[in-house]
Design a protein around this ligand. Structure first.
Ligand code: PRX
Length: 646
């Protein structure tokens, strides 16, 4: 824990929306009377019919129900696009920066309107109706934003699947959502390499069944197989479509999107977000956390396949009439200076990225950063995993020239928007701390028994009341929603994160306390990797844990027991790594595989993961109680054969 603090720079307390006194005053009011607070702030979006009820939420495990603005009518696309036409039709809405630095594009709000309408008409022509689930498997091209907004416009529910996921992972998500229409591209382009999105989609459709229509956006122009009757090129139908399309009036609680995320058990779950509360929350946090003012150029480097891309590339910024930059590429292509070159090229003022990117760029030293100007930068942001103080300091000193505050934003797919974060003009910074809750957010730290802890403490992070951006259910499985989030500590939303609170009341997120690991800011269930491994014919058993990794934050360590007639080998190790890549996607590939003749189990046969975690972390001097092990000899073998982390 770093003891260093950085006070709010003087120019920030005068330019920002709120200073510290104001933050404390607004925060106190927001938690004292959430109905009055959110009733007022709900007005930041346009409603076709105003709400009369603001909040109707229950965390009672027998009746978990979350509704905000429940009788209001609105439309997300209307708010993100149409509403701005009168005042900012010619303002740039999206700056698109291609993988290749020679390719870029600026899309005004008027152009965005036309593109979204056209896309909506294409979806309608393929039979998409209100309430239908449309799976989007797209690279970071403007069409990804058009497609999301087009779904919102006609009341369809999008499910964006990250382009790095395998055909199997895509198939599972298509099936769970019951999508009959998929939007994809011929190929994606990242770091100069092609990603076979259409071929993956074909393989996924073969597995999932039920897909009636595949709409293919041309990105690289590759010659991909097109199945007649099912597949169409987007541009071929779009050219005949009008650039006008009526918006569907949606109830505030109508679903907006499903986004699959990993949990500690089972298959990824479909996190469901709805319309009104989500948009109010995404827009409000975007404005205050990034202190967004008209004319600012804002860049979030996430992929739209993750929640950060949903809330802070597309919905939050566009609802605020912002200029949002969308980047197709990767931080180190064609040069290690790419991020900073893009910042100079487009005069980016606000830059939001993940600690893993900072750590990997740090390795190349300061020169690739300092040779660029970055004079336009005013604010930096961090998201997705704990940021270690060394990376924070480097980001602050080298990237931000000591000048730019860093907002370390803690939140989750489930929360829809940022919950714990500094506000840049209000809160002093401590490297590694997400600091204080956003308006209306009530964090608590509890011990293992659910006892709420006071003052300086360490335990698990829960939220004791709802906020408008909260997920509403697990798609198709409300019971799983209740079980996962509301049963551990009855009456509270359990985040799955550990947390410390210091003497200033600042929160320090220490990482997941469940079987979820965070690899390069990507959330991965250890159970998912295990089930991919045991699906291999040579594997009898597998246990997967995380271990500290200098760049990725956490790496994936897999203990694998082979079938009795199979000998371990380097080839098999490689084969298993590739197998997991193919089954789930490259983000899930194990960093280290240890072949283990057997795994440590209790007498009742339960794998003792705590021990496996300690061994993977090289902390085997401190294994804790091993007296319940069925065969204590197993541990010595595991320690003796552990894989070297370097
Ligand atoms: O463990 C926390 C970590 O990422 C988890 C949520 O992952 P996901 O749903 O994929 O959303 C990522 C983008 C919001 C959390 O449970 N996490 C996220 N942000 C931070 C963080 N851990 C520490 N500090 C953060 N700023």
């Amino acid at each position: 824990m770093s003891e260093k603090t950085y006070d709010v720079p003087a120019e920030w307390s005068s330019r920002a929306y709120v200073d510290e006194a104001k933050y404390r005053e607004i925060y106190a009011a927001s938690v004292k009377d959430p109905v009055a607070f959110w009733g007022e702030h709900g007005k930041r979006i346009h409603w076709f019919a105003p709400y009369t009820k603001v909040k109707n939420t229950s965390y009672d495990p027998h009746n978990v129900s979350i509704k905000w603005y429940e009788d209001g009518l609105t439309n997300v696309a209307y708010n993100c696009v149409d509403r701005h036409l009168a005042t900012r039709g010619d303002q740039v809405a999206i700056i698109w920066e291609g993988d290749n630095p020679a390719e870029d594009k600026k899309i005004t709000y008027r152009e965005l309107y036309e593109e979204v309408c056209r896309f909506a008409n294409v979806l309608k022509s393929r039979g998409v109706k209100k309430g239908d689930r449309v799976t989007l498997y797209l690279p970071m091209i403007p069409e990804a934003a058009y497609a999301m907004l087009a779904c919102a416009r006609i009341g369809a529910i999008h499910s964006v699947v990250f382009g790095g996921f395998s055909p199997d992972s895509l198939a599972g998500r298509i099936e769970d959502a019951g999508s009959t229409v998929i939007v994809t591209a011929d190929e994606g382009l990242r770091g100069g390499r092609k990603v076979p999105l259409k071929l993956n989609t074909d393989a996924a459709c073969d597995r999932a069944g039920g897909v009636e229509s595949v709409i293919v956006v041309r990105r690289t122009g590759a010659n991909v197989p097109m199945r007649s009757g099912r597949d169409v090129y987007y541009d071929e139908i779009a050219k005949n479509m009008p650039a006008e399309c009526a918006v569907a009036e949606m109830n505030a609680e109508d679903p907006l999107f499903i986004l699959y995320t990993s949990g500690s058990t089972g298959k990824p779950k479909g996190v469901l977000h709805t319309t009104g509360g989500y948009l109010v929350y995404a827009a409000m946090t975007h404005q205050y956390v990034f202190d967004y003012h008209d004319g600012d150029i804002y860049w979030c480097t996430a992929d739209v396949g993750w929640v950060t891309g949903h809330s802070y590339i597309v919905y939050g910024p566009l609802a605020n009439g912002a200029t949002t930059l969308m980047f197709e590429g990767v931080p180190n292509y064609p040069t290690i200076s790419r991020f900073w070159e893009v910042i100079d090229k487009h005069k980016v003022n606000i830059f939001y990225t993940a600690p893993t990117a900072i750590r990997s760029l740090m390795q190349a030293g300061e020169a690739p950063v300092t040779k660029t100007s970055r004079a336009s930068l005013r604010l930096l942001g961090s998201v997705g995993e704990p940021i270690n103080p060394e990376a924070w300091e480097w980001y602050h000193r080298v990237v931000g020239d000591h000048r730019c505050p860093i907002v370390d934003t803690w939140w989750q797919t489930e929360t829809g928007g940022i919950l714990i974060t500094p506000l840049p003009g209000a809160i002093k910074l401590k490297p590694g701390s997400a600091t204080l809750p956003f308006f209306g957010v009530v964090p608590e730290v509890v011990d293992a028994n659910g006892q709420v802890l006071d003052g300086v403490c360490e335990g698990n992070l829960v939220l004791s009341d709802s906020w408008p951006g909260q997920m509403r259910t697990v798609y198709g499985d409300h019971e799983r929603f209740v079980q996962t989030y509301f049963s551990t500590y009855a009456g509270k939303y359990f985040t799955g994160d550990g947390c410390r609170r210091d003497a200033d009341g600042f929160y320090w997120i220490t990482g997941r306390v469940d079987d979820v690991i965070n690899v390069s800011g990507h959330r991965m269930g250890t159970a998912e990797v295990e089930s991919a491994l045991v699906a291999h014919p040579k594997v009898s058993e597998a246990a997967v844990v995380g271990y500290p990794h200098d760049i990725k934050g956490q790496g994936i360590y897999a203990y694998v027991t082979l079938m009795s007639d199979i000998e371990p080998s380097e080839e098999l190790r490689k084969e298993l790594v590739n197998w997991v890549r193919k089954e789930i996607g490259p983000i899930a590939q194990p960093d280290l595989i240890q072949f283990a003749p057997s795994l440590p189990k209790t007498r009742s046969g339960k794998i003792m993961r705590r021990i496996l975690r300690k061994i993977a972390e090289d902390e085997f001097g401190n294994l804790g109680d091993t007296s319940t092990l069925a065969d204590p000899g197993v541990v010595e073998d595991l320690i003796g054969n552990r894989q070297n982390r370097r």
